[in-house]
Design a protein around this ligand. Structure first.
Ligand SMILES: Nc1nc2c(c(CN[C@H]3C=C[C@H](O)[C@@H]3O)cn2[C@@H]2O[C@H](COP(=O)(O)O)[C@@H](O)[C@H]2O)c(=O)[nH]1
Length: 329
């Protein structure tokens, strides 16, 4: 893979995705319907909730930076196996599942004195302690991989960043892109990259989400004050394609649609999976341009947040999302 850091300003995500969208066989992209969905749903663009949710930790300082990092080491793949219960955690009298469940479990741990933000603790984390941190109904998928990713995070923080992710964020100056590249460079679990017809494709979803979450948590100030936040792309997860498909912006080949209807797993790195993720990132860029034509100027991150919130609505859950067991999203 060519050296990504040739030109220090290089951020290869979109240019690596363009050829996938052009050659895509399983997923077609229909930009024409961008206007329509903004007609119908665009008014919600500005209702993207802030960080002030019961499940988010926030102390206004360094512990928040560290907490957001641990959150995004684990921020992937919450759906259960067939006939398994949905993983959910109890926090302050409420049940939370999915992303909110993960955040709530880590906030619960902080409040009960478990040092989840401490690099040495993470490097020596035991399976039993992780089970306790994530304890709830059902079991979070990929528990072993999550344990390994947390241990790696602790080891690398100690080896390269004096035990503190704050040093990586500080070293990036006010560049979100440099935070993303620093994280991808340092931690293999964030290296969300694959090959497509012999060429590298970079999604870097959890690494980009880490910079975006810092920006959200600090409301664009202090540790979230990035000058280049608009260079981030959408975060290619499994919820956005579900919404974009309902919008008619991306359309699956009938054979692929049928396999997803049947809840068949897609292998990580398969052409189908890479094409779904590439179309997702690409569609967000098209929506951003459609918003600009109507006088709004959202970043890809804000369009992403708008779509992700729509994905929480019943209307968009109609079609199942594609299922891929992966640590990347
Ligand atoms: N594209 C995109 N993917 C996102 C998010 C978030 C949460 N971000 C919020 C946090 C602070 C800000 O307020 C953001 O709004 C989680 N995910 C992904 O979704 C999936 C979980 O879904 P479910 O099973 O339904 O909880 C899983 O892959 C998770 O990694 C986002 O914003 N964009």
């Amino acid at each position: 893979m060519e050296n990504l850091h040739e030109s220090p300003r290089a951020f290869p995500v979109l240019e690596s995705i363009a050829p996938v969208v052009e050659r895509s066989r399983w997923v077609t992209f229909h930009p024409a319907s961008a206007e329509l969905c903004i007609e119908r749903w665009g008014h919600l663009l500005d209702s993207v909730p802030t960080w002030k949710q019961p499940w988010h930790f926030f102390d206004g300082g360094l512990e928040t930076v560290r907490w957001v990092f641990v959150l995004d080491v684990l921020n992937h793949c919450f759906w259960p196996d067939e006939n398994e219960p949905l993983w959910s955690v109890r926090y302050r009298g409420n049940e939370y599942s999915g992303y909110a469940g993960l955040a709530a479990s880590l906030k619960r741990a902080m409040e009960s004195g478990v040092p989840v933000t401490n690099a040495s603790f993470l490097a020596g984390l035991s399976p039993g302690t992780l089970r306790e941190i994530l304890a709830g109904t059902g079991e979070i998928p990929l528990l072993e991989a999550r344990l390994e990713n947390l241990r790696e995070a602790g080891r690398v923080l100690l080896a390269r960043w004096e035990g503190d992710i704050v040093n990586l964020v500080a070293s990036a100056g006010r560049s979100a892109v440099d935070v993303v590249k620093g994280v991808v460079d340092s931690f293999s679990s964030f290296r969300d990259e694959c090959g497509y017809r012999g060429r590298p494709v970079y999604f870097w979803k959890r690494a980009q989400l880490f910079a975006a979450d810092l920006h959200s948590a600090f409301d664009g100030r202090d540790w979230g004050a990035f000058e280049d936040i608009e260079r981030l792309t959408a975060f290619a997860d499994y919820k956005l394609p579900q919404v974009l498909r309902r919008f008619g912006l991306i359309v699956y080949h009938p054979e692929l649609a049928e396999r997803i209807e049947r809840r068949e797993r897609l292998p990580a790195g398969s052409e189908e999976e890479v094409e779904i993720r590439a179309a997702t990132v690409w569609a967000v860029e098209a929506l951003k341009k459609a918003f600009e034509r109507r006088g709004a100027e959202p970043t890809s991150m804000r369009v992403d947040g708008w779509l992700w919130q729509l994905g929480q609505l019943e209307y968009f859950r109609k079609y199942p999302y594609h299922l891929c067991r992966t640590i990347y999203y």
